[in-house]
Design a protein around this ligand. Structure first.
Ligand code: ADP
Ligand code: MG
Length: 238
């Protein structure tokens, strides 16, 4: 588990300021959902947290220590993307263990972690298969497994289910929450699916034009939206 502090973070691409001073504190073990319109900076925020983009200003802390200048592999975070390209020439077990192999973990450590996570995700029977032999839902499970197998304290999700059909999305939603309870990691989950936001989040943060517009429990956001913009995102109560 890890507490995350995002302090006055700014990021521009060229002339365009995308993050305009983001302040956000995420408790250890919290499941925070981040929502907001397309282009408002959700992916940029996750990518700066993961170290895939550098910040212009502000600081990022985990358990009180700045991580803003650490390399991605030193940040103890894993990220699950919408376009979860698996390595086509590797089987499921190799895909899941690859990051651990890069970290020079021993084969027995890798096997242990891969087997444990495969078991949790109910994909143990698929470990020998290549990605092309899997269905879309199975592939997304493997992508999830690949991130989880690293056993990081923090997991970032960037619209991980948006390529799945509604039925699978519903299943995976439940699955991810179950994993959250089991692994007790701190999770930040970007989505534009209102159901996902309200059913999964301990709290929801609404991002608008590079700033956090409102943050609260799903019930607070739903019943006391600060303005019409928020209401339109979460579905205004009748
Ligand atoms: P969201 O995930 O909320 O849809 P993004 O964080 O992906 O939004 O993008 C926010 C804005 O930043 C968009 O206008 C996007 O075009 C721009 N942007 C994102 N990444 C880059 C980049 N590497 N270079 C230039 N512009 C970028
Ligand atoms: Mg995005």
């Amino acid at each position: 588990m890890a507490k995350i502090q995002i302090e006055n973070c700014t990021k521009s691409f060229g002339e365009l300021q995308i993050l305009k001073g983001i302040n956000l504190e995420i408790a250890s073990g919290e499941f925070l959902v981040l929502v907001g319109p397309s282009g408002c900076g959700k992916s940029t925020l996750l990518r700066t947290l993961a170290g895939l983009e550098t910040l212009d200003g502000g600081d990022l802390k985990v358990e009180g220590k700045s991580i803003a200048h650490l390399e991605p592999q030193d940040r103890d975070m894993a990220m699950v993307f919408q376009n979860y390209a698996l390595y086509p020439h590797m089987n499921v077990a190799e895909n899941m263990g690859f990051a651990l192999k890069l970290q020079k973990k021993s084969k027995s450590e890798i096997d242990k972690s891969v087997n444990e996570i495969a078991d949790l995700l109910q994909i143990s029977h698929l470990l020998d298969r290549k990605p092309k032999e899997l269905s879309g839902g199975q592939r997304q499970r493997v992508a999830l497994g690949r991130a989880l197998a690293r056993q990081t304290k923090i997991i970032l999700f960037d619209e991980p289910l948006s390529n799945l059909d509604a039925h699978l999305r519903g299943q995976m939603r439940v699955e991810i929450k179950r994993l959250h309870q089991r692994l007790k990691s701190t999770m930040i989950y970007v989505t534009h699916d209102q159901m996902e936001a309200t059913t999964m989040g301990d709290r929801i943060a609404v991002l608008k034009e590079g700033r956090i517009e409102q943050i609260g429990t799903p019930s607070e956001i739903y019943h006391q939206p600060k303005n019409l913009f928020i209401a339109s995102f979460i579905g205004s109560p009748e």
